[in-house]
Design a protein around this ligand. Structure first.
Ligand code: SF4
Length: 941
């Protein structure tokens, strides 16, 4: 790819001369330092360069970092818009404590010391009174790799809760059940066929690093195929757009798989070597000889019903197009790059099979971790060891990991209000961190009810840079830094290669560049606006408050080794990490005459060396398996690890819960000892014994599960339709974009996409108001007639509908004033008052706001719909679409939380609770944030 030309060379970054554009036509020079950091506005963690003006000492602009291996200097609009967040006049600058009723909006400014003392004391009390489960850290966008986990481990608290089950759990379990890695890492740049189940070119996962590589491949001739009921920008750029009925995508993919097998264009030798076909045959076709040649017959018979003609009827996509696509895919073995993360995966009951069926195509084409294929995140993401890591937890939190969902890929976070209602637990201290469940989650009014009930949530602390609907219901609001105001490391599987990025507080670094000597007591907040802290230092200080004298065994994990008896500094922490845990960095830094930490502060990222192509084929030396036993399946397993566990409760005490890579380091294939995959069989699992053993035998192979919004079950002749609420607006972030004026000026509407044929049938006028009725309520939105959506499906992006309930408090550029009331029949009603209006502030642009719309908060009207296997919320809604009724106003939302409860109970009946085999709560080998020690997996513990 051509290098970007306009960036100054790295050696000039400390003094870049440019002309002041505002002084034009005069030529006025100004000087900047370019300070690298990473973007915190989506999960991709692209590189940024903050341009700090030498004269004013302020950041003038933020652009891409050309040395960042993933983003290569390119950013989406949200990267440069970080500047708006820095300069936002409405951001939270000081710690605030609630003084009125929760949610009353009455606050007083407190000192950090007061806040830390109180919170630390509450946590210490919960620990001393044996209520460690009463401490919960609920994170939205982590934006960092492992620091918070390290904190909770050090506290001995199984309190990690995430947003993942409203986001990506379905895709994760689909991928993990094949290859052990829970995320795809697609080598788009070198692919010849790119298959996307999402809108990657404008908003998909790792959006900008992926989009630039997809375009790169397409310009070299790659074929792009996009499955999406909407004609997204990606669909319009693709060679093939397949607007399949939502929920039928696995059927479509299996039809393609069958065509590949029928045509003989599948990579038989790859499948023979690397797929657990013996298990597949013995479990599904014991009538056939247990030999590879039986597999073709078995597969063709298993998938006999998945014909292009049947796909045409079920999926609504022409059979001829599927034949054409199967031929294209079959003609490009090993160069098939595919991806699914949210989109169809996040939509419906059984959505997790979308990723499983998509990766089946990678397996059949031998495109697994090849050049131009799709790898596993574990091979392309680099996660350094955390200095001063505590041992595994000896706790299990049933509020997050309940028995009904033994295979849930992450915490059952969005069911928390219902669990609290059922008395499954209470929370002493609940941290919401860059997370806005009232607005983001389904069933937000149930969240509001829980968060206002002080008997259920005793103290709620919102760690956030900006006001949000959820922060309004907190007891403490503590301002945390944005992408230019904090330290984090991050690495993601953006392409074929590994890298690590370093986020740093720009003004702190600028002080260093200007020669300021930062003493050992120097703290990041001294360089941030107001009293904005960074989280790393917050956790260090809070841990010292919980354990001031070290007697609780916590303080030692936050104590300096260089200066015992004092808190560890950020420089010591990251200096140790970079020196000891990043291969190749120390050498690269020495070559540049720097320490590893100085190198990372100076460059902002590092391309970690190593060949990650087909790592499963790596030869493992016989000495590496000398202490292993070889099973009949050819897998080498170490005694004392998962694979050699004797199945007894007592035996759990002795096993190391090492990952399968450590516990089973190799597998024999064709007489050679190979590294293999991190699955129980060390192979790609066409048949998942885990799914079978844990109660889902009918789902053990790639298959289609009829969804809860299957089009043939809906009254399409009447007014039922499928609502697609899952797509992003490329220029918005979930909560934080409300504090970016540029992004809100670009995007502030989300009309309901509606096909003209549906508009006619449903008698909805052009731009008319529509009432969308869900199982628990309704909302009122404006229609947009477009042929860019499949008839029968209506869609509205989830990015809009921000609100605040006081005119002059919790203001932003994207939240409209709203009122919340209870109706006479006990329902909640949110009424939009006046959208966004001009307001007075120190930024004259706030008086130039010309738009009014802020969208409609549709998520409030969605009941929880947990997939019984993955635990993922199924976002697609079966709705009634009708013209607005008399009295309806744009933005109205009405919800009955009694119906929310009914819906929750209804979906819970679909679960198949644990314990599973051997009395376990969850398969030992399954990934889990903050994995506890092995004995805690036993349900008897
Ligand atoms: S894709 Fe955009 S928002 Fe995401 S990290 Fe990159 S620049 Fe930031």
């Amino acid at each position: 790819m051509t290098e970007l030309q306009q960036y100054p060379p790295h050696e000039d970054w400390h003094d870049v001369t440019s002309l002041n554009a505002k002084a034009w036509p005069n030529k006025v020079e100004e000087h900047h330092s370019l300070v690298p950091t990473t973007c915190f506005n989506c999960e991709a963690a692209c590189g940024l360069l903050a341009h700090v003006n030498h004269e004013t000492g302020e950041i003038d602009k933020i652009e891409g970092n050309p040395l960042h291996p993933a983003s290569r200097g390119r950013n989406c609009a949200k990267g440069p818009a970080t500047l708006n967040q820095v300069q936002d006049t409405e951001r939270i600058l000081y710690p605030m404590k609630r003084v009125g009723e929760r949610g009353s909006g009455e606050w007083e400014r407190v000192t950090w010391d007061e806040a830390l003392d109180d919170i630390g004391q509450r946590i210490a009390t919960a620990m001393d009174e044996d209520r460690r489960d009463g401490v919960m850290y609920h994170v939205g966008r982590p934006g960092e790799d492992g620091y918070a986990d390290r904190v909770l481990k050090s506290w001995g608290v199984d309190g990690h809760n995430s947003h993942t089950n409203i986001c990506s759990s379905n895709a994760r379990i689909g991928y993990q059940s094949w290859m052990g890695h829970d995320r795809p890492s697609s080598d788009f740049a070198n692919a010849e066929v790119i298959f996307l189940i999402s809108s990657h070119l404008e908003a998909g996962h790792y959006f900008n690093p992926h989009a630039q590589r997809i375009i790169e491949a397409q310009s070299k001739g790659a074929t792009v195929i996009c499955v999406d009921p909407r004609l997204s920008n990606t669909g319009s750029k693709a060679e093939h757009w397949l607007p399949a009925w939502p929920g039928t995508e696995p059927f479509l993919l299996l039809a393609i798989a069958k065509l590949l097998i029928e045509s003989g264009k599948w990579q038989k030798d790859f499948v023979r070597r690397w797929v657990n076909w013996e298990t597949y045959l013995s479990e599904t076709r014991s009538d056939l000889p247990l030999e590879f040649d039986s597999l073709e017959t078995a597969l063709l018979e298993a998938y006999a019903e998945y014909t292009p003609e049947a796909a045409e009827e079920i999926c609504g996509v022409p059979g001829y197009q599927l034949r054409e696509i199967a031929e294209i895919i079959g003609n490009h073995p090993t160069k098939f790059a595919s991806h699914n993360w949210r989109a169809a995966g996040a939509g419906n009951l059984g959505g997790w099979q979308t990723a499983r069926c998509l990766f089946f195509l990678n397996v059949l084409t031998g495109s697994v971790a090849t050049v131009g294929g799709t790898s596993g995140n574990g091979w392309n993401k680099f996660k350094p060891a955390q200095p001063k890591g505590a041992p595994a937890l000896h706790e299990w939190n049933d509020l997050s990991w309940p028995k009904e969902f033994p295979l849930s890929y992450h915490e059952m976070s969005f069911l928390l209000p219902h669990f609290l209602n059922e008395g499954r637990g209470t929370l002493d201290v609940y941290f919401s961190r860059v997370y806005n469940p009232i607005w983001t989650n389904p069933d937000g009014f149930s969240w509001m009810e829980a968060l206002t009930d002080e008997s259920k949530v005793k103290c709620h602390i919102a760690l956030t840079p900006t006001w949000s609907e959820t922060a309004w219901f907190a007891d403490y609001v503590l301002p945390m830094g944005i992408g230019t105001e904090r330290h984090d490391v991050a690495s993601f599987e953006t392409h074929n290669g590994r890298w690590i990025g370093f986020r740093q507080p720009v003004m702190r670094r600028y002080a260093e560049i200007r020669g300021e000597k930062l003493g050992p007591d120097s703290r990041t907040h001294e360089f941030n606006p107001g009293e904005v802290w960074e989280e790393n230092e917050f956790w260090i200080d809070l841990s010292w408050r919980i354990d001031p004298d070290g007697s609780r065994g916590i303080r030692k994990w936050f104590e300096s080794d260089e200066s015992p008896g004092t808190p560890i500094t950020i420089d010591e922490y990251y200096g140790t990490m970079f020196a000891e845990s990043v291969p190749g960095l120390a050498e690269a830094a020495a070559g540049a005459g720097k320490t590893p930490l100085e190198y990372m502060r100076d460059v902002g990222s590092f391309d970690v060396p190593g060949d990650m192509i087909t790592p499963y084929e790596r030869i493992v030396g016989s000495d590496s398996v000398a202490d292993c036993e070889k099973g009949e399946d050819g897998v080498f397993r170490k005694p004392g690890t998962i694979g050699m566990w004797d199945g007894t409760k007592a035996g759990l005490d002795d096993i190391a819960l090492a990952d399968l890579g450590e516990g089973s380091p190799a597998v024999e294939v064709d007489g050679e000892i190979k590294e293999g995959f991190p699955t129980p069989s060390k192979k790609l699992e066409l048949f998942s014994t885990t799914l079978k053993d844990w109660g889902w035998p009918e789902c053990a192979t790639p298959t289609w599960i009829k969804s809860h919004v299957h089009h043939q079950d809906l009254d399409m002749a009447g007014n039922e339709r499928i609502l697609l609420p899952t797509f992003r607006i490329p220029t918005l972030i979930h909560t934080r974009s409300a504090n970016s004026k540029w992004l809100n000026e670009i995007s502030h509407r989300h009309p309901l996409w509606l096909h003209p044929s549906d508009a006619e049938a449903l008698e909805i006028e052009e731009n008319g108001l529509v009432r969308i009725t869900t199982r628990i309520g309704h909302f009122v939105i404006q229609a947009w007639r477009t042929e860019g959506i499949r008839p029968g499906v209506v869609a509205a992006s989830h990015h809009m509908g921000r609100w605040r309930i006081e005119e002059d408090k919790a203001r932003s550029w994207g939240a409209g004033k709203a009122t919340i009331d209870k109706t006479a029949d006990g329902k909640w009603k949110l009424t939009r008052n006046d959208g966004i209006r001009k307001f007075d502030s120190d930024d004259p642009d706030s008086n130039r706001i010309w738009w009014n719309d802020t969208g409609v908060h549709q998520n409030l009207t969605f009941s929880v719909q947990p997939d019984p296997v993955s635990g993922m919320h199924c976002w697609l809604q079966r709705v009634k679409v009708t013209p607005a009724e008399a009295g309806d106003q744009y933005g109205d939302v009405v919800v009955d939380t009694k119906k929310s409860r009914e819906a929750y109970l209804d979906w819970m009946t679909k679960t198949r609770p644990g314990p599973g085999p051997d009395g376990l709560r969850r398969p030992l080998w399954y990934a889990r944030p903050l994995k506890p020690s092995a004995p805690m997996y036993h349900a008897g513990e």
